[in-house]
Design a protein around this ligand. Structure first.
Ligand SMILES: Cc1ncc(COP(=O)(O)O)c(C=O)c1O
Length: 409
């Protein structure tokens, strides 16, 4: 068996088993275990694991050429672009910029907000308002716009002193817009349902109404960070569609490539694209990489063919019900919240201990929380999850929390 300690760049409290394969909702380890993947990896694998069709599509694109500078259209770029515009994005979102993942997408959206304002002759607008808590990636730019105290620790001062608003308080949002002076604000970035930083914190409709109105009034670009919530995770195509939240820019990653390829996308409406026509928008070397586009196109095709967004909604309702049946009222459970197959369980005990206890029981659950939510785990399995697998996940989580609380951790 390979020695897991040889791969120590991303440290973990205890060495994890080497993964040699996957199928459906399971990861297979080198020592013969099958781990039930209750978080689709890092909330990525919406279609589940081991789908040869996705690999075949990537292989075909890779074999055809290998690499094409992003300036040229290719079959795979055009096919993915058209599928997104015609079948996935809300009406009016006709322009898509491809990236290699979530951080590149959110960072590009910050750049886009600046380019949009400068293109309109407003050079004084540079601030992008973020929320507390939130997570938008690990570039220095996205860290400046986010508030994930754990992941930012040690990197301060961040690149830019971007203002922050609370995740749930519309009056504070109004106040911060006034204090900061709207003629200096370029954008506002928000996760429709907070992911790793808050374990599915969900603001009120009133909050999103106020944010949308203020952004409209002051021509501030409203950016929906759908890296976790996009592509069906919350039971609708995009998370913002649950709320009166009307973005100008939609950012995606994770589920778009389903975990098979590094892939992200930033979509904009025609107004934003029009402004950029003169200024241009420099690409990354791997913008629209053909193999990634081919794989992502197949992932979306599978989601459509198997009606997996609808399944995410239906199985999400079951997951929510089972979680409440088994965990509500538990002394170590503070809250259970979420939509679709995207649930956060806020804990009054060590989340790392709960994650480790679940792993001992062959289940992977996602550690989450920061700032006002110090301890939480998330359940977000692939959309193909079955009733029995949901029962196993929930009962294993219960057993893990019980084991941790009885040991006093
Ligand atoms: C909401 C959100 N935005 C951005 C990112 C960064 O994505 P990546 O890790 O693919 O760079 C993440 C990753 O967890 C995320 O959850």
């Amino acid at each position: 068996m390979p020695d897991p300690n040889r791969y120590a760049f991303v440290p973990t409290a205890a060495p994890l088993p080497t993964i040699v394969g996957g199928s459906g909702c399971y990861l297979h380890t080198a020592d013969g275990r099958r781990i039930l993947d209750g978080a689709a990896g890092a909330i990525v694998g919406n279609i589940g694991w081991g789908r040869a069709e996705v690999a075949d599509a990537a292989r075909e694109a890779m074999a055809a050429c290998g690499y094409v500078v992003p300036l040229w259209p290719t079959r795979w770029r055009l096919e993915l672009h058209d599928r997104l515009v015609e079948r996935w994005l809300p009406e009016g979102f006709g322009n898509v910029f491809f990236t290699s993942g979530g951080s590149e997408s959110t960072d590009s959206a910050l750049r886009l907000a600046r380019a949009y304002q400068v293109g309109k002759g407003r050079r004084d607008r540079w601030k992008v308002i973020g929320r507390h808590p939130s997570y938008h990636g690990m570039t220095l730019g996205t860290m400046s716009a986010a508030s994930h105290l754990g992941r930012q620790a040690g990197y301060e001062p961040l690149l830019l002193p971007f203002p922050k608003v609370p995740w749930d308080d519309p009056e504070q949002v109004v106040k911060v817009f006034e204090q900061e002076d709207p003629s200096t604000i370029a954008g506002f970035i928000a996760e429709p349902i907070t992911g790793a930083a808050g374990a599915c914190l969900t603001a009120s409709d009133e909050y999103w109404r106020v944010v949308t109105e203020l952004c409209r009034e002051h021509d501030v670009l409203l950016i929906a960070d759908e890296v976790m919530t996009g592509y069906g995770r919350t039971g609708l195509k995009f998370g913002h569609q649950h709320f009166p939240f009307e973005p100008d820019v939609i950012v995606g990653g994770k589920g778009l490539g389903g975990g098979y390829v590094p892939m992200g996308a930033v979509a904009t409406n025609a107004d934003v694209a029009e402004v950029l026509k003169t200024s241009g928008f420099m690409y990354f070397t791997f913008t629209g990489n053909d193999a990634s586009c081919a794989a992502a196109n197949t992932v979306l095709d599978i989601l459509e063919r198997e009606q997996l967004v609808e399944r995410s909604r239906a199985m999400g309702e079951l997951l929510g019900t089972r979680l409440r049946d088994v965990l509500a009222g538990h002394p170590a459970v503070i809250d259970i919240r979420g939509r679709g197959l995207f649930y956060g369980i806020e804990l009054d005990c060590s989340r790392d201990a709960v994650v480790a206890a679940a792993m001992q029981r062959d289940c992977w659950v996602y550690p989450a929380g920061s700032g006002p939510v110090p301890n939480a785990v998330m359940l977000a399995p692939p959309f193909i999850v079955t009733d029995d697998e949901i029962d196993t996940l929930v009962s294993t989580l219960r057993a893990s929390i019980d084991a941790v609380t009885s040991s006093g951790v």
